[in-house]
Design a protein around this ligand. Structure first.
Ligand code: ADP
Length: 290
């Protein structure tokens, strides 16, 4: 089974073209949808989660038409939105029980086992009686995953899952995600390159509603081989370098700017060839250089 997206477009009432003829084929496993803020990721995720309509295009999960068979799709979908907005003053356990009812688990005993199992799996057992409104960022994220995984979805959509987590919480979240069965399609929408690098076997880069790359992260990196150059400069030299070179990134290392520059020709005068990473890929694609 795969998720096939064909020619999805969406222009909002204010004239913003959030999706511009997006086509993607997403296999089972962890799939990274990488793009800067405003790229159109949430619009695409919400469309796939049947929460909004596109203007044009089609999307299918296996032989299921996502845009037409919405109820069917919802039964096979787990969705972790960027933010739930309101965290009610009811316990994690009661909330999961309620969601299980909504997902159609009518047998009380079966539901109890299901909810208990999910609390254990997401490391929430100790806090199951605690009100969601008092949860920390990491606990909210684990609760989000627990509610998304209830009912064994075939398609799991997680939108910007690590924004706002500290490194420890992020690691725990990564581990939880990577335990999810290989049989599930997991779409991880993010602007954080590391999330994709660490977790995803396949990916797409989107920017201004358009797909700029679709494939494996390592293949994207290989395409950039020999085209990334590094050099440390003085701060005062920066404007001149910005004029002359295609600067992928400019990071301070011990207080001095360290540049990554895109060039298909070898660069002289103090530049050295640098092995590209996914961040170099991301920025040079978004700039339209590669
Ligand atoms: P991302 O999730 O990648 O940050 P979004 O899909 O949220 O991107 O937004 C894509 C573009 O569409 C942005 O320019 C955003 O401001 C605009 N946008 C998103 N939702 C709406 C809306 N409901 N009405 C108008 N413009 C919107």
């Amino acid at each position: 089974m795969e998720l096939k997206i064909q020619g999805l477009s969406k222009t909002y009432a204010n004239g913003v073209k959030a999706l511009d003829n997006v086509s993607l084929t997403i296999p089972r496993g962890m799939y990274g949808l990488l793009g800067p803020n405003g790229a159109g990721k949430s619009t695409l995720m919400r469309t796939l989660a049947t929460l909004q309509e596109p203007d044009n295009g089609a999307a299918a999960l296996g032989d299921l038409d996502i845009l037409k068979q919405k109820e069917e799709l919802r039964r096979r979908l787990g969705y972790l939105p960027q933010d739930f907005g309101v965290y009610p003053r009811i316990s994690a356990e009661d909330m999961l029980n309620h969601i299980a009812v909504l997902k159609g688990v009518t047998n009380a005993r079966e539901r109890k086992d299901l909810v208990r199992g999910m609390l254990v799996r997401c490391n929430l057992e100790d806090v199951r009686k605690k009100a969601l409104s008092g949860f920390s960022g990491g606990m909210r994220q684990r609760f989000g995953i627990a509610q998304a995984l209830l009912g064994n979805p075939q398609l799991l959509i997680v939108d910007e899952p690590t924004a706002g987590l500290d490194p420890g919480e992020r690691n725990r979240f990564y581990n939880l995600l990577s335990e999810i069965g290989e049989g599930v399609i997991v779409i991880l929408s993010t602007h954080i390159v590391e999330d994709v690098m660490d977790l995803c076997t396949n990916m797409a880069i989107i920017h201004k509603g358009k797909v700029l790359y679709e494939g494996r992260p390592d293949a994207a990196i290989a395409q950039l081989s020999g085209k990334v150059w590094q050099r440390s400069i003085e701060k005062s030299e920066l404007p001149a370098y910005e004029q002359k070179y295609r600067i992928i990134s400019n990071r301070l290392v011990s207080g001095r700017p360290s540049l990554h520059v895109y060039s298909e020709q070898p660069l002289d005068s103090g530049f050295s060839s640098n092995s590209p990473d996914l961040e170099d890929v991301f920025f040079s694609k978004i700039q339209g250089w590669s």
